[in-house]
Every structure is written in C-alpha cells, then in structure tokens.
Ligand binder design. Sequence first.
Ligand SMILES: [Zn+2]
Length: 479
Amino acid sequence: VATPWDRLDPAALAAGQEAALRDQLRHVIGPFSPYWRRRLRELAVDPASIRRVSDLLAIPAVGERDVCPTGDPAEAAGLVVQATENGFAEHSPGPVVRRALLWRLRSSDGYRRVVDAAVRPTSFVFGGLAVRFPVASTRSDIDLMAVAGARLWQVLGLSDADVLASAVPVRASTEHRCLELAALATGTPALFPGDDPHLLAETCRLATVRALAVPTARAADTLAGLADRRVPLSGLRTLLLVGAPSPAERRAARLGLAAAGAPDGVAVLAVHAPSAARLLWGECRDGGDALHSYPDLEVLQLVDPDTGEDLPEPGAPGPAELVLTQLGFRGSALVRWRTGDLVDGPLALGPCPACGRTVPRIPTRALHGGGLVAHVDSGSPGGGLDTDLAVDLRAVCAALAGRADLRDWRVAVGTRQRDGRRQLMVHVAVDGDPSASALGVASDLRAAAGLLPGQLVVTTAEDFRPPEGRPLTRRVVVG
Ligand SMILES: [Zn+2]
C-alpha cells in the first residue's frame, strides 16, 4: 500500500516535491508563461536547471507589484500559461498524450477535450491585495483544487455527514470556490447562503448544520446575528474560521458560539489561502494550531518582507513574507510568488505534534494574512467620506530602503486617536538635514505607494531616541 500524501518521510516528500518542481519549471512555466519566459531569459536562468527546491533561490521572488507594475490588472495575464496544441503534445506526460491521441483516433472532439482540459483557462477567481486581478484555472486545475479539497476535509476531520453552511460571500474568490469544490469532491451536502444574515439564519433553520464556515473578521458578528435570531445550533460540530485568525479573533468566535447556544466542544478550526493561491490550508482537528500545506502541490519559502530577498537561514527570527511556488497548476501559475502574508518565525517542519502529518505547516498565530498590504482611510479631496485605500507596504519599504540618507526607519499602520482613522505612520532617523530628508521621503512615498503618510516623524541621528530604547529596525510593524 502506498504511503498517503500526508505521511511521507522527509526523503520521499522531498523527492516527490522536487520531481513536481522540475516538471513545472521545464514543461509548464518555462515554455508557456509569457511573463516567466521573459523573466527567466533576463535572469539567464534555464528552467531545466531548477532541479531542487534550493535552486529556486536563483529566481528572485515576485509579487503583484512586479507583475502589474502600473497597477493595471490586465498585466497579470502574462502569468497565465498559454500552451498550444503542439506544445501540449511536446510537454505533457506520456499517459496524458497517449490518452489524447487515442481519443483523436475516435473523434477529433474527444482529442480537443483532453487538450483543452489541460491548457485552456476556463474558470476564474479574483486575487491580489492592492491590485485585484483575475486568477485563471484550467479544467485540470479545478480537478487539483477538488483533490486538495478532499484532503482539506481529512485534515479538518470532516466527513460527508458534516452538512456545511457557508457565510463566506458568494463570489469568485479562492475561499468560496475551494469550499464549494471540497464539498463536491467529498460528497458533503453544502449550502452557500453567503453573507446575508437573514439567508444564513433561514439556511441554518432548514438544515441541521454540522459545520459552519464564516469569514474570520466577521465571525463574532455573524454568530451574534444567529443568536439574535434564535437559530438552533445544537447540531454544530465544527466552526471554520476563513482567514487566519489572531488569538483574540479565535477567542471572540468561541464566545460567540457559547452565546449562540452551540454545544460545548465545537472544534474551532482555521482555514486560509494566500491571495491569488488556489488552495485552502486547514488546521488539523487534533489541535495542531497550524495550517497544513500540500507539499506535492506547492513549495513554501520565506523572504525578507522589506527587500524580497531570501533570508540568510530558514529559521531566522523576525517577520518574513511567505513565498509560494505552485506545482501541477496551469492557468495563472505562481512561481516564487510574494503572497503579502507575513509570518512571525519559521515554518513548522517534521511531523505535526497533534496529528502526525509530515507536511510543512504555518503556525496560525504567527500568520498575518495579507499583512503586507494595509488598508488606510484616505480622506477625499473635498473633505467628504473616507475612502478605503490599499497600501502595499512592500512598496513603502522599498522606497525607504532605496534612500541613502536614512539611517533607520519603521513603518506602521495604526488608528489615529483624534478621529479613529486608520493611517500610515512612517518614522525615519536621518544622518543629514532633516527637512530635506522629510521632503524627499514624502515625495518618494507618494510615487511608490500613491499617498502621503498620515504621520511622518523625522529624527536626526544625534537626537535619535528610539521608542522604548529600541531601534526602528527597518521594519514593518503589523498592528
Ligand atoms: Zn496536525
């Protein structure tokens, strides 16, 4: 009997992952992604030279800002793998080509279907944090998402008896699509009323819901809404928090469950997908408190969030940005993709202390989903309503890191006491003339991030007294 996907020993896991990686670079990304074809040529990296995970370090990590430099979502089309019929025959594994050829003998339609399933993007979700862009999937990608969905159910300890209701907004998002496909793949009855509180309450009255999925940020409100409507939750066994929760959000969800009359012992489990990824990770029911990944479908790496460069050592302290390379996927294939997710500390490798699965894991409390793109309130020029503005802190950091006159700096997003508005706060320590540096920093930030910081504090190196005696540490502070 073959060892299942989640119990492989380190050598078998690495062998499978690296075989998939070679295949992905050589037969999918290298020949067929316009963006990567150009980029690898510029870097003088031969896709066939990427044989092991460590070889990926030859490719600098890229994010949405690199792929869409002008902020135009249409540029993300360059990521999409665009194979032709000839390319398909040349680069697909033998059994797939033979099956396609066999079909061609019988009918040209059948052949077309096999080729299209592998190469033609037919389904889209929207991804991105500061730039929203369509993420394309082929039929074969949808199959992979369904396979991963069945695995997610195993990790979460759900079965086809766990009737699911989802309060995740019904739209073309990774989270909604993955839950739908997981339910389909496992034969689990699932209802998707979305974020309409009335519809959710009606759904929970109609069916004996055993698993409830709610967006993490709104979990407490959603549960309070069910409590107000006196919706019976006596059958509930699992609450899925969609989006990595902070410890406080998890506590609030537990309180909400108790207030809504859910039975004791409901498992509160997080699921999370980085932006533009098409896989949902889950926590194991055994209490691993970490999101379990799929090593044969993805490679996880960490980079310095300020520079995008690889960390000197994988377990280096301090927050790092999660970088994702997807394996086996076509459509908008991600290679060394800067997710914008911030992780405090190393990934967990080796067997999960709770469930024994040997897959790499991300400690949930250490994960700040989308932490590198912050939302701030930006007053409209006429002094009217605030508009929500997404600020890519990576662009802010890159602008600061590029200035020779700054000795140290720190970027934070916080709430202004006076009016409760969320704003960008930048603190810099300069070597030379503070007013000249202040002007330069402001203009660089406007060019890089499209706004002026709500607060810009400039200190000279001489009178520089770091708060709480600590240096600014050239870091982003996620609040
Ligand atoms: Zn586990």
